[in-house]
Design a protein around this ligand. Structure first.
Ligand code: AMP
Ligand code: ZN
Ligand code: FE
Ligand code: FE
Length: 280
């Protein structure tokens, strides 16, 4: 049998992705993926939808999310896998994460207004049409309303960290977030560690119960993947990976391109506290 591949980091239009769950399932099917997970920012709302479309395509689906969390004053992203999407605490507490995003958009727009860019927060929310709006929606609104020619330009002129309109988001503490994922039956994994410069804080995360490191990622060169795989082995935690595909906005959809082997998922299942909560 051919080697089977998975993609455990994907976004849909339920957060800042371009694709609907149906389009993601179709793209995963075209890439012959055996299993995928949806990790929309700070929401699990798309999971039931993608689970349904995956079922039709014969693809195994793992419910997930990507929470924005604070660790010692740094923002990092924490992936949750095998979540019980009916977990009441998870549903309730993610609404606060979503509120943090809404507040941040309002603050970013206020900064833009001070700079003479007359965009309104409502225009961003109308475009986002989701509960977890983010900077990519703001970038698209800046393009739509004629303030920038492209999302890239919006990020480089206004929205990237360190640029004039940038403001931080208020984020939940990493310990609480890891506990929130665990009480919903899930595994907590540090997303794209290569994009954060906080390797020195990884022991704190492990001490708080972190289950794994995302080693394969579109923005991790091979040497970075290797370094984090070795680190995870040393720390005795899992390795995971995915494309972090947000759609085809910047060229081709990246879905499935990291060639993460299926046995990664088997190892994750072995670490689950109870029975596997895959929706298929
Ligand atoms: P937010 O969660 O609102 O801070 O937005 C973060 C998202 O913005 C990431 O998941 C990326 O999809 C996107 N992003 C971050 N930096 C850039 C950038 N320089 N250019 C384009 N997109 C970016
Ligand atoms: Zn994103
Ligand atoms: Fe991320
Ligand atoms: Fe992501």
């Amino acid at each position: 049998m051919d080697k089977q591949f998975i993609d455990l980091h994907l976004h849909t239009s339920f957060s800042d992705g371009i694709f609907t769950p149906e389009q993601v399932a179709n793209a995963a099917s075209e890439m012959n993926l055996s299993a995928i997970s949806l990790t929309d920012h700070d929401t699990i709302e798309g999971c039931s939808h993608l689970a349904e479309h995956c079922k039709k395509k014969g693809i195994e689906f793992i419910s997930g999310t990507e929470l924005s969390v604070d660790i010692e004053g740094n923002e990092m992203h924490l992936l949750g896998y095998f979540l019980d999407i009916n977990n009441q605490r998870l549903i309730e507490e993610t609404t606060q994460y979503q509120q943090n995003r809404i507040n941040r958009i309002i603050e970013l727009v206020a900064q833009l207004n001070k700079m003479g860019v007359a965009l309104q927060a409502e225009q961003v929310f109308n475009l986002a049409k989701c509960k977890a709006p983010g900077r990519p929606h703001l970038a698209r609104a800046l393009v739509k309303h004629g303030f920038c020619r492209s999302s890239n330009e919006a990020f480089s002129r206004f929205l990237r960290k360190g640029s004039p309109a940038w403001v931080p988001k208020t984020n939940a503490n990493y310990r609480d977030a890891i506990e929130l994922i665990h009480q919903a039956g899930g595994l907590a994994v540090m997303a794209h560690p290569g994009l954060n410069k906080i390797d020195n804080l990884i022991p704190n995360l492990v001490e708080a119960g972190l289950d794994g490191l995302e080693c394969w990622h579109t923005r991790h060169p091979k040497s970075t993947t290797k370094r984090y795989r070795e680190m995870a082995t040393r720390l005795g935690i899992l390795v995971t990976g995915g494309s972090d595909c947000h759609g085809a906005e910047q060229g081709h959809p990246a879905i499935g391109t990291k060639q993460v082997p299926y046995d990664i998922l088997e190892k994750m299942k072995q670490k689950l506290p109870t029975t596997v909560s895959s929706l298929n």
